[in-house]
Every structure is written in C-alpha cells, then in structure tokens.
Write a new protein. Structure first.
Length: 174
C-alpha cells in the first residue's frame, strides 16, 4: 500500500529529470530571449514615422484630389487609322502577341469582320480577352474607330472610316 500512496503523492505533470529541464527552459530561458529581442528592436536606431521625411510631399499626396480633369484641344485634327494603329494597336496586332489577330491576316480577321464594325469598336473601347480597354486614353472614340477600320480593312473588311462628329447646333449658330 505504501507504493500506491507514494505514486499518488507525485502525480504532477513533471515526472522525470528531462521534463524538469524542459520546463526550466520554457519557463525562464525562452522569455529572457524574447525580452532581449524586444529591447533590441525598440532601441535599434531611429525609425521615422510614415510621411515624416518630406512633409511637403507627403501632405500633398494625402490631400490630392481623387479625380483629375485633363483639358484637350477639341479642335485638333483627328488622327488617321494608320496613326492610331502605329501608336496604340501595333504593340500587339503587329506581332500577334497575347492572341491578337495580326495586322493583314485575312483568316484571323474574317470571323471578327462578320460581327460588324460596331461589335469591333465596342471590343476595342471596352476591351475583350487579353486586350485592355482603349476608350478614354490618348485617342478619342472616333480615332479608335478609325484604327479599328484600318486594321479590319487590311484584314479583308470593307468598312467606311468614321468621320468627325458634327459640331453641336448651338456652337454652329454662334
């Protein structure tokens, strides 16, 4: 019976000298290293706050407007389809990058031409597949349309190049 009483007296979680060693390490040594690491982190050099190195620039970035208005010359002559193609479209359509139909490839353009000019223009302005939207960029929608007609006609289409929009009646009356 005395053995049972002796075992009952030592029923704690630590039963071997190895467990005592691990308990000492986790209870004392690990926290000491954590405290040393925190002290080194806090005292290691100056850490400027966000936006405090160049106050003028950081304030200007924080108070900038969400949108911007870009004024363009509305009376400038429209770019031709070839000019738009060279500036905007040739990066992909000249090489066939990202699955774009190559310029002048009648087989690749045939199915697209059957869809109509309006479908091609909508795809160009809003984007389709890997092609990003072209509307609202450096060229007006009419100029993008001219680029579309230039590429489609080189691929076998017979579309008419879009004309410049007519001036509003109020501006013509002045």
């Amino acid at each position: 019976m005395s053995e049972q009483q002796h075992e009952e007296a030592h029923t704690g979680p630590i039963k071997t000298p190895q467990q005592v060693m691990w308990a000492a390490i986790f209870a004392f040594v690990v926290p000491v290293f954590i405290i040393i690491g925190l002290v080194l982190f806090v005292t290691s050099g100056t850490k400027p706050g966000a936006g405090t190195t160049n106050m003028e620039k950081s304030v200007a970035e924080r108070v900038q407007k969400v949108g911007a208005v870009e004024v363009r010359d509305a009376n400038r002559p429209l770019k031709s389809g070839e000019e738009v193609f060279k500036a905007q479209c040739s990066a992909c359509h000249a090489t066939g990058a990202a699955g774009a139909p190559k310029f002048g490839d009648k087989a690749a353009w045939a199915a697209r031409i059957k869809q109509s000019y309006d479908a091609l223009l909508t795809s160009a302005l809003k984007g389709k597949g890997n092609m990003s939207p072209q509307g609202g960029g450096d060229f007006s929608d009419v100029e993008i349309g001219r680029g579309v007609v230039y590429m489609a006609n080189a691929g076998g289409g017979k579309f008419e190049e879009p004309k410049a929009p007519a001036a509003p009646a109020a501006a013509a009356a002045k």
